[in-house]
Design a protein around this ligand. Structure first.
Ligand code: KIV
Ligand code: ZN
Length: 524
């Protein structure tokens, strides 16, 4: 048995709330961000990148509140290489028990061209901004964005400048997911060998998954000496996403024989976090996703099932319990009481307040009336659906009746409460979902474009609940709505209304997306 306490520690830096949330359509509400941050803190994440404080008032407020509430995690905010960004970032993170400022600038030839700085001017900017950050906070991270496409000599030069100016962590981003494992390792080894003072600081690896190599690249960097992995839950992030937290953590745990590194992560919390992030971001986890996909522990084929029954190690390299996946999947029925529901939800990782439990209980009873057996996945969908509702919602679907048939057009009749006043309307459409959406459009005219409409069955059987995801785009603002119901048309309409409610909030908060986030890669 290896002594894990003697193994080198790899710090886990989670950027679900910054790089993950930056993914178009993954915008989370203030309360959702606080909830995810609380769960990350509880799971043992060393550093939470909570947002980009200068990007919007909403980001600033969320980072500030997360900083105030954090118990053990360091709270980090992102700032471009500008004094005003760094000051704003500090204003938000300074409330944390352990604050960190993360400042960055694009150093590759392509990125240097954007702010129109030559190599010397950029070096000077790095010196000034890192020095300024370090004067505010003794924990400063600096990133040369697009490091993997930056000339090695220049990368060594600017990393040395940042270290001399006081950076305590140097992050090496593979911004466009371009590198490969051998190269990722060689880059860290090169920096450790060539940069004076490199052994005094921590090197971090930040990989994007455009070529599907983010996990391999991050682990290769660790083997070469990086001691911080930047990652997101479910690999959430722009384009193909970031390194998935659950993959790197479980890889180092399961293959600790060849990757002898320790983390502080309580892996039994992974599954719950994965579900919550999927739900609040509106980005469902693909079924065959490593570690957290629905099929990751399913053994369908006869040969596999036989092997697993005889000895689980035949086909399983880790146990479902290791990631907090309860496979008992005991069903609940209409006779199950409030205490049974509370205990079941606790087992699934949800510790609800009394009023939340009451709301979920009422909906559980209604569901149990319609459905013979209520499975774990049904309850998870129900809690997630409850969480999408807000007492301040502009619109609430009260009633829906659809007249459907094979020879359309279909007709829908609906009662929609808008700011507390009930409105009744009917409309036709090309199919029942179209008819229901047309009712909403008539009562709440808007120009939002439907970017995604996705239906997934929560469990098996024709009485299964459907989870519907709707993504809308209006003048660059992208919002995602979700809902679950045994009636697919009701779930669709509620998901559509949920997305529109989010859009109303976004309209109040932001001008059409010319905000800092969407242009942040300019580093200016
Ligand atoms: O991918 C990237 O380069 C980033 C930086 C801001 C660190 O996310
Ligand atoms: Zn990134």
């Amino acid at each position: 048995m290896t002594d894990k306490s003697a193994q080198p520690r790899v710090l886990i830096f989670d950027t679900t709330l910054r790089d993950g949330e930056q993914s178009p359509g993954a915008t989370m509400t203030h309360d959702e961000k606080l909830e995810i941050a609380g769960l990350l803190d509880e799971m043992g994440v060393d550093i939470i990148e909570a947002g980009f404080p200068i990007a919007s008032e909403g980001d600033f407020a969320a980072v500030t509140e997360i900083a105030k509430r954090a118990r053990t995690s360091t709270i980090c905010g992102l700032a471009r290489a500008q004094i005003k960004d760094i000051d704003r970032c500090w204003e938000a993170v300074k409330h944390a028990r352990s604050p960190r400022i993360h400042t960055f600038i694009g150093t590759s030839p392509l990125h240097r061209a954007i702010p129109n700085l030559d190599m010397d001017q950029m070096a000077e900017r790095i010196h000034q901004t890192v020095t300024h950050a370090r004067n505010l906070c003794d924990n400063v991270q600096w990133s040369p964005m697009d490091a993997t496409r930056t000339e090695h000599d220049y990368l060594c030069r600017v990393v040395e400048i940042a270290i001399r100016a006081g950076a305590t962590t140097i992050n090496i981003p593979d911004t466009v997911g371009y590198t490969a494992p051998r190269e990722s390792a060689a880059l860290i080894a090169m920096l450790l060998a060539r940069v004076p003072g490199a052994d005094e600081i921590i090197f971090a690896t930040h990989c994007h998954n455009d070529l599907g190599m983010a996990t391999a690249n991050a682990l290769a960097a660790v083997e070469a000496g990086a001691r911080q992995i930047e990652c997101t839950i479910n690999g959430l992030g722009e384009r193909a996403g970031n390194t998935a937290l659950e993959e790197v953590v479980m890889a180092m745990k399961v293959r600790n024989d060849i990757m002898p590194y320790a983390t502080r992560i309580d892996t039994t919390k992974i599954m719950n976090l994965s579900r919550r992030v999927a739900s609040v971001s509106g980005f469902p986890v693909q079924f065959n996703k490593a570690i957290v996909g629905k099929n990751a522990f399913l053994h369908e084929s006869g040969i596999h099932q036989d092997g697993v029954l005889k000895n689980v190690e035949t086909f399983e390299i880790m146990r479902p319990e290791d990631i907090g996946l309860n496979q008992k999947n005991l069903t609940m029925g209409k006779h199950s009481g409030r205490a049974a529901l509370r205990s079941k939800l606790k087992e699934l990782g949800y510790d609800l307040a009394d009023n939340q439990l009451n709301d979920v209980f009422i909906r559980f009873k209604a569901l149990a009336d319609r459905k013979k057996e209520v499975y774990d996945d049904d309850l998870i969908a129900l809690v997630a659906d409850e969480a999408t509702m807000d007492a301040h919602d502009h619109m609430v679907l009260k009633r829906l009746r659809v007249i459907s048939g094979t020879d359309g057009p279909q007709e829908a009749e609906m009662t929609l409460a808008i700011d507390g006043v009930d409105h009744v309307i009917d409309a036709t459409g090309d199919g029942p979902v179209d008819a229901a959406f047309n009712c909403v459009k008539m009562l709440f005219p808007h120009k939002a474009r439907l970017q995604l409409y996705q239906v997934a069955a929560v469990t098996e059987g024709t009485d299964a609940q459907a989870t519907v995801t709707v993504r809308l785009e209006e003048e660059g603002r992208i919002v995602t709505g979700q809902s679950a119901d045994t009636d697919t048309i009701v779930a669709s309409t509620k998901a559509y209304v949920n997305a529109l409610n989010k859009l109303v909030v976004r309209r109040q908060k932001t001008a059409p997306d010319t905000d800092v986030k969407s242009v942040h890669y300019a580093g200016e």
